[in-house]
Design a protein around this ligand. Structure first.
Ligand code: AMP
Ligand code: MG
Length: 558
């Protein structure tokens, strides 16, 4: 597919000509995403978009290539505007050309779905109605890790939730795929699309215990000329008036047959009287489920038991999958004692180790855990003793010490281990002091020590990295409705509020759970979703529409 990508700080042209491939292209589909005059209930004048230009282009290209493997098209042209974009102007233009409209529509829809999560272009801020557009039509200063680290003010380093997610995703690239047995592949991300090597079912099969006769045979009496068990295959052409005894699953002896259920016949030796015929032919036709060459399981699918059963059916016993991740997790803090100990005043039992271990159950990985003393040099000695484990780890997680207290050394420790710090704070409640570092292809997180912050940061941040490293889909926000009022004071930070999600309704309903501090732990047993409360919102009424992040699997949150 021919791909053209532009990032521009200038208005996108009103008219863009379709590609000149006369006779080949039957569909030229254009989409424009236009800046709306409202954001979170507020009237706005403009949105400001920011990007890592090179990385964004690379990601857009990768995404288009990946999607076009499933929906082949001839040309894709993407123009994304960055910088300040006034209301009513185009923020993104996508043009797709293909011989037939179906593939172009499918590619465009999938691309737009994935763009927001996969590509490091994000809404930096909404510019309120009445504000001056001082940066209007000015070239956007490209942001990157260094620029952010050397940012002029703390706001430069204080990432929004969306910025943080985009950065984590863009830095967490899929690790090389490996071949695994079906048993080992459970929970792994499939890295190749599996196509049907033959029609499914491979032959016409009976769905009943009964008698196969020709579909066009109107006779009332038949002679039974053979018996075929499920494991047999005996090809023969049936004549009018002939019947063959078959079992459920039997491969039928020829095409053009129907099966009469044994309950609807009377048999006397080889003679058969058909008392009643069902409307159904009781035959699963060759290829009626899947035709040879059709995709069965797509690359990027997390292999669950059902997907593995499909692979087993087609004899694909060594699929190409993401490797098991190697994860190293350290707790920090001299106040921490193991759960079996009785804490002295000032001490606290370690709940984060088992929390992290439990949350990681949803990802195929090998976890090694340890504790670091609250002294930088002593911690470095401990780290030196575990050098091979650290060098082999795909992901390093450090609980606690992520803030700016005297003894909070996680950032320094990650830097000493050659991780480049991408950000060290996000404008989020709970979970503000979250550190994210990269030493490509490895990633590291300094997670704020409080249990609720841990839970929140794991689900939106660590899970995003694990999805990226395995080539899977990052966790995505969905739309739901509050089952009860969410009692909150306006907060300058965006909030991920623990909630109980109930799917028993056409609309996902979310019951906000009570919590007062990021040190709270009791809501964790029930929380299976995080509701997104925009900054400065205050209380949200019952039935208010909200974005929420489901806590994906059973072990993650009920
Ligand atoms: P920190 O992020 O190190 O400032 O820790 C913030 C809070 O989380 C402190 O009250 C710590 O005692 C608590 N904390 C840190 N690590 C753990 C842990 N492993 N289990 C439970 N609480 C912890
Ligand atoms: Mg600490």
């Amino acid at each position: 597919m021919e791909i053209e990508i532009q990032l521009t700080d200038r208005p996108i042209a009103e008219t863009i000509l379709p590609p000149g491939q006369p006779g080949v292209v039957g569909a030229w589909l254009e989409f424009r995403g236009v800046v709306r005059g409202e954001e979170n209930g507020r009237t706005i004048r403009a949105l400001e978009y920011e990007a890592y230009p090179e990385m964004a282009k690379r990601e857009i290209r990768r995404l288009l290539q990946e999607i076009s493997a499933r929906h082949p098209c001839r040309v894709a042209k993407v123009i994304h505007r960055v910088g300040v974009i006034p209301v009513g102007e185009t923020a993104i233009y996508v043009g797709v050309a293909s011989p037939h409209r179906g593939e172009a529509i499918a590619l465009l829809a999938k691309f737009m779905d994935r763009l927001k999560q996969d590509v490091p272009i994000w809404k930096r801020r909404a510019i309120a109605d009445g504000a001056r557009l001082c940066a209007e039509h000015q070239p956007q200063r490209p942001s990157n890790v260094q620029a952010a680290a050397a940012g002029s003010a703390t706001t430069a380093a204080l990432r929004s939730l969306d910025e943080a997610r985009a950065e984590i995703h863009s830095h967490s690239r899929p690790l090389p795929a490996v071949r695994a047995s079906l048993a080992e592949a459970l929970g792994c991300v499939l890295r190749e699309t599996i196509y049907a090597p033959e029609d499914l079912p491979t032959v016409d099969r009976s769905t009943r215990d009964g008698y196969a006769i020709r579909a066009d045979d109107a006779s009332e009496t038949f002679s039974v000329v053979d018996t075929i068990h499920a494991a047999d295959w005996k090809p023969r052409q049936l004549k009018s008036g002939e019947a063959v005894r078959v079992a459920t699953g039997t491969a039928l002896p020829c095409g053009g047959l129907r099966v009469v259920m044994q309950e609807h016949v009377e048999r006397d030796g080889d003679k058969l009287l058909v008392v009643r015929r069902e409307n159904s032919t009781n035959v699963r036709l060759r290829g009626e489920e899947v035709r040879q060459g059709q995709p069965l399981v797509s690359a990027g699918t997390k292999l669950n038991a059902g997907a593995l059963a499909i692979l087993a059916t087609v004899g694909n016993v060594n699929p190409l999958v993401s490797p098991r991740l190697r994860i190293l997790h350290f707790t920090t803090g001299n106040e921490i004692v193991t759960p079996d100990q009785t804490p002295k005043p000032g001490q606290i039992r370690d709940s984060n180790s088992i929390l992290i271990r439990g949350l990681l159950q949803n990802f195929p990985c090998d976890v090694e855990q340890g504790h670091l003393p609250e002294n930088f040099e002593a911690a470095m000695l401990e780290i030196a003793a575990r050098k091979p484990g650290i060098e082999n780890a795909d992901v390093l997680l450090v609980s606690g010490g992520a803030s700016v207290g005297e003894k909070d050394f996680t950032r320094a420790l990650l830097e000493r281990l050659s991780f480049e710090i991408v950000f060290s704070q996000i404008n989020l409640r709970p979970g503000r002091p979250l550190i994210f570092g990269v030493n490509s292809p490895r990633v590291a997180f300094g997670l704020p020590g409080n249990p609720l912050s841990h839970f929140v940061c794991f689900h939106f941040a660590v899970a995003t990295a694990l999805a990226g490293l395995t080539g899977g889909e990052p966790p995505e926000f969905l739309r739901g409705q509050l089952a009860e009022k969410l009692e909150d004071q306006p907060c300058s930070r965006e909030t991920l509020w623990p909630a109980r999600l109930d799917w028993n309704d056409a609309t996902p309903r979310l019951r906000p759970l009570a919590w007062a501090s990021s040190g709270d732990i009791t809501c964790l047993a029930t929380a299976n979703a995080l509701v997104r409360v925009p900054a400065n919102t205050g209380p949200l009424e019952q039935f208010a529409g909200v974005d929420f992040l489901p806590v994906t699997a059973m072990l993650g949150g009920g």
